[in-house]
Design a protein around this ligand. Structure first.
Ligand SMILES: [Zn+2]
Length: 297
């Protein structure tokens, strides 16, 4: 903070200006080559508007990457397991839901798989019996905030309430305190990491998403995405509730159809599906042997 903030702002403006200028000259080059595009791009202001939009899009793409990977050393965040192992783990976000969680639990029981459910506090409050069943059947639980909110946009007190409130309701309903935290949409910040450290919960992201929340998806899409791509060390993200925008509901029938085949497919590839607790014992975030909690932001 302090003087660094100003440096950061100046640095960001400089990068933005350079990118804008770069895009502008890029557009000029394109205009020279194609006549029809030239008609549009010869208007100076229009060209700058397009160049600015391109620069903004590029920055957003980079920011999106930053949100997931961060620029700094983050030993406190689990993104994958050991690449040398043949183990993968299944995680389900956004539940519990009335329609789908029970069906998923039936499949997991039949296939003898233990998974982790990153639950939304308000959904636990709504469907306490389903949350209790998850724990009764030996699955692990994670905290996915109380209202499925974007962590970086919250005030400190709201952020604390989202995390502590979810731990409290999960504990009340299931008798277990969540071991893990997962921020909605993978968006976290330094305060979230500090809080996780303080209350002793591990932040767990994912490596492969089944994109099962997509309306247009199908069972075969989900199977292909996960089974074809998976290698050892994969943290697989699926959803027992939620859609693109809504944190609850959505149509998860494709996942229900796909799940038994996903489990079989992973096993046929020689991958072992293990609970998260066994999985992250093997490999820590970035390098746990030199764990130091030293956040400057
Ligand atoms: Zn979510």
């Amino acid at each position: 903070m302090g003087p660094f903030t100003n440096t950061r702002i100046i640095f960001s403006i400089l990068i933005f200006a350079c990118l804008g200028a770069l895009m502008n000259s890029f557009l000029l080059k394109i205009a020279k080559r194609y006549k029809t595009i030239n008609q549009v791009l010869k208007h100076k202001y229009l060209r700058w508007i397009i160049a600015t939009s391109l620069a903004i899009s590029l920055i957003l793409i980079v920011a999106n990457f930053y949100v997931y990977y961060g620029f700094d050393y983050q030993p406190d965040i689990y993104r994958r397991g050991s690449l040398n192992s043949n183990q993968v783990t299944l995680t389900f976000d956004d539940g519990p839901s009335r329609e789908y969680t029970a069906q998923i639990l039936d499949i997991l029981k039949e296939k003898n798989v233990k998974a982790t459910f990153f639950m939304v506090g308000s959904h636990v409050e709504k469907y306490p019996e389903i949350a209790a069943r998850i724990v009764d059947e030996g699955h692990e639980v994670g905290n996915h905030t109380y209202h499925h909110v974007n962590v970086p946009t919250l005030t400190q007190s709201k952020l604390t309430a989202e995390i502590i409130g979810t731990n409290k309701i999960v504990r009340q309903v299931t008798g277990e305190t969540p071991t893990y935290l997962r921020p909605p949409r993978g968006m976290y910040d330094a305060r979230y990491r500090r809080l996780a450290h303080l209350i002793g919960q591990e932040i767990v992201l994912w490596t492969i998403s089944g994109r099962d929340w997509k309306k247009s998806t199908s069972a075969s899409n989900i199977i292909a995405r996960i089974v074809n791509k998976s290698k050892g060390g994969e943290i697989i993200l699926l959803h027992d509730s939620g859609a693109l925008i809504a944190s609850e509901g959505g149509d998860h029938n494709a996942l229900i159809q796909a799940l038994p085949k996903v489990i079989d497919g992973l096993r046929e590839k020689g991958l072992e599906i293990v609970p998260l607790k066994d999985f992250i014992d093997e490999a820590k975030g970035e390098d746990i042997t030199h764990f130091e909690f030293n956040l400057v932001e």
